[in-house]
Design a protein around this ligand. Structure first.
Ligand SMILES: Nc1ncnc2c1ncn2[C@@H]1O[C@H](COP(=O)(O)OP(=O)(O)O)[C@@H](O)[C@H]1O
Ligand SMILES: [Mg+2]
Length: 249
């Protein structure tokens, strides 16, 4: 089995003739937590949308689980479903927490009762992993920001993705919920071996979570290294400035 889950070669994304991302070469390893840091506008979310197959690269190839996909090449649903994204601000349905977590799973499995095997068990396990078992029957829209983000994580966890993409998952949350969410991410990675790509502008969070970290600046990957090297002995001056909080942006 390959140890590489994603491989990007010469990948560019252009919006209205402006190139906002160019990645010559990037490999993401199966089972790792990769943090991508960089200032606002660097192209972090754009890269996640390519990894999630929500958008296609304008140029270049993204291989996922050994299968290459380029511009205008459709990715089969069965592969697309192996990737799930959690965004900064979750949109929850005006239903119970449990029903929000079950929703995506039910959509995938179909509404017929015969097809619903295991849904309750998987939902219970996901709720337990995010520490929301006690709030399962509460209406999701009455939750605090941190609880709502944990529902969003449970909704992703229940789908058992191979790759979980997190776009600024703790921005604007209180420290208690930030710590909770970071421990859920680590737990998921350890328990299930889920590959996690977390985008954050918070260097401290990247340092706490990541096995490897990369810096995106103006759409380019400046440096990618194991956490120790990236945070303690970065090779690039710009990485050094960014991790020390000295970069003005
Ligand atoms: N759909 C889009 N159309 C045009 N420009 C976009 C679009 N999405 C992102 N951009 C531009 O691409 C650049 C990178 O954006 P983004 O990936 O959101 O950065 P980050 O997530 O690092 O803050 C920004 O300059 C942004 O304005
Ligand atoms: Mg962004």
């Amino acid at each position: 089995m390959t140890t590489t889950i994603y491989e990007l070669r010469n990948v560019a994304k252009t919006y209205a003739s402006r190139q906002v991302l160019y990645i010559q070469d990037l490999q993401i390893q199966r089972g790792e937590i990769l943090a991508l840091v960089g200032p606002s506008g660097a192209g972090k979310s754009t890269l996640l949308r390519l990894l999630n197959f929500l958008e296609e690269p304008t140029q270049g190839t993204i291989s996922f689980l050994g299968q290459p996909f380029g511009a205008r090449r459709d990715i089969p649903l069965c592969l697309r479903r192996k990737v799930t994204t959690v965004f900064q601000r979750p949109v929850l349905l005006n239903r119970s927490v449990r029903s929000n977590v079950a929703f995506g799973l039910r959509l995938r499995q179909g509404w017929w009762p015969l097809c619903l095997d295991g849904v309750d068990r998987r939902v219970d396990e996901a709720l337990e992993m995010v520490g929301l078992s006690d709030l399962a029957d509460q209406r999701a829209r009455t939750l605090s920001g941190g609880e709502a983000q944990r529902v969003a994580l449970a909704r992703a966890i229940v789908l058992e993705p191979e790759a979980l993409l997190l776009d600024e998952p703790t921005a604007n949350l209180d420290p208690h919920n930030v710590a909770l969410i970071e421990s859920i991410i680590r737990d998921l990675n350890r328990r299930r071996g889920t590959t996690i790509v977390v985008v954050t502008h918070n260097v401290f969070q990247a340092r706490r979570l990541a096995h490897r970290a990369g810096l995106l600046l103006d759409g380019s990957l400046i440096e990618l290294a194991d956490s120790e090297t990236f945070f303690e002995h970065p090779r690039d001056e710009r990485t050094r400035a960014f991790v020390r909080g000295e970069m003005i942006y």
